[in-house]
Structure formats: C-alpha cells, structure tokens
Design a binder for this molecule. Sequence first.
Ligand SMILES: C[S@@+](CC[C@H](N)C(=O)[O-])C[C@H]1O[C@@H](n2cnc3c(N)ncnc32)[C@H](O)[C@@H]1O
Length: 269
Amino acid sequence: MLRDFLDSLVMSCGAAARRLGLMSSSVLLAARHRRCRAAWEPHLARTRELVARAAADCPGRGLAVVVGSGHLLDVPLDELAARFRQVVLADVVHPWSARRAARRLPNVSLLEFDVTGLHPAVLRLCRDRVRAPLPAPAPPVLPGPRPDFLVSLNLLSQITIRPVSALREHLADPDEEALKALARGLVEAHLAWLSVAAERVCLVSDYLRVVRGNAGELARIDLLHGAALPPGEDWEWLLAPRPEARADADILHLVRGVPNYSAAVTHIE
Ligand SMILES: C[S@@+](CC[C@H](N)C(=O)[O-])C[C@H]1O[C@@H](n2cnc3c(N)ncnc32)[C@H](O)[C@@H]1O
C-alpha cells in the first residue's frame, strides 16, 4: 500500500487521465507485476524480443514512437535508443521508471498522449450525466514529424476500459448497446490509425482472456469487443496465476505480435 502510494507521487499524469482512473490503473499494474513477476516474464521477454526484431528490420532510423510505454516492462529501450536518433515514449501516464529513462538517455523523451483523443469528451458527458450522443472515435494526431517506427504496445485492450466504465457509472441512463459500439469503435479506430501512423508499425496486443481451472476452460472473453487483428505471432501471458485473482483458476491472456502491421494487413486483403 505504501509502495503504491509512493509510486503515485512520482507519476506524471494529465488531469483527464487521472480523473478517469488511469493513474490508479498504472499503480495497480505495477503492484500486480511485483506479485506475478515470474509468471509475466516470458510474455514481457517475448514482447521485447519481437519489438527489437521489428525495429532492426525498419529501414528508417530517425524517429521511433512507443505508444503505451507505461512502466517500460516490455520495451527494449536500450536497443531502440541505439538504433533511432530520437525515441518518444507516449502514454497518458509516465511512471518514475519512464521519467528516469528519459533522463538517462539523451535521445529519449516523454509525450503525454491520449491515443483515443476522447478523454475530455468522455469526462464532459460524465459531468453533465447526459446519455447521447456518445463521442465518435477518430484517429489521434501525433505531434511532430511522421515517425519512421511506431509501436502500439500492449495497450489496445486497455483503451476502452476506463472511458466505458466511467460512462456506465456516471450517465443517468446508460445505453449498453451504444457503450458496446463505442468500445468496438475505439479498437477499430486505433487499428485504422496504425495503418497510416508511421512508415513502419509494430503491434503487440492481448486479444482473448481465458479462465482455466483444473477441469479445463471456465470462460473466454473477447478483449477487443469483436474487432479482429491481422495475422501474427501468438503466445500466452499468464496474467493472474492462482490465487492472484481466483483460488480455483488461472487467468491467461492470448497475445498477438505483428512486427510489420501494414504488411500483415495487406496479406489478408
Ligand atoms: C498494459 S499497459 C502496457 C504495458 C506497458 N508497456 C508497461 O510496460 O507498463 C497499458 C498502457 O496503456 C496506457 N494507456 C491506457 N489508455 C491509454 C490511452 N488512451 N492513451 C495512451 N495510453 C493509454 C496505460 O497508461 C498503460 O501504460
């Protein structure tokens, strides 16, 4: 508890993200990582390896942007900083680890960036408690020149959670179908943005939650609300080994890594 409180004191986070609870989410993620470090490491190592491989295959060496950089657990930062002239870590929350990295490496900087672009509109609706119309997802605008390399890093399944739960909690009469459509729209808008966001794009995202007990699977939950990912490399992330979330079951996420997003999308068209 004390450690979580101290973590929150040294985070930088904009007012909108803070009010949506994203700073608390970041503190909780760090705490769960401390408890489940060994279970998470294969997933984190696999992510770092895939991102480093994708970066090594990227022709441009100017600007790299990591969206969803968070605590840098899954970011091969030294490799990126050695390969690209400039590396921007983009997230709504920058914990101490990211701030320290940006001090240590002269070509690494931090950008407070809401990849949905919708946090202020969501907060306005919550404040006014009005149900409709919900904001329409739109591609975000990254400040600065077009990146040579952009990574969307284990954030796609996260971008819907806090905005949708805030609307569900605060609207006077929330429309469940509209909230589901908003969640799917946010995921699809992010995927559409990845097709144009940079010269080379790498995506890593969890997409399916599996609850696995002794007798087999107890539940499967689509983390992307019906949206589909292009083909890539799949692996399991043991997110919550028992008894972290449940005494009778482990919770796993299936993760997909796509080193060259445009090539993968073209492949299925
Ligand atoms: C599961 S974490 C990814 C792991 C992260 N790379 C790490 O090592 O901690 C998801 C990240 O997405 C960020 N995030 C959530 N919603 C976001 C948004 N709308 N825009 C930008 N970042 C967001 C969170 O702050 C968090 O750092």
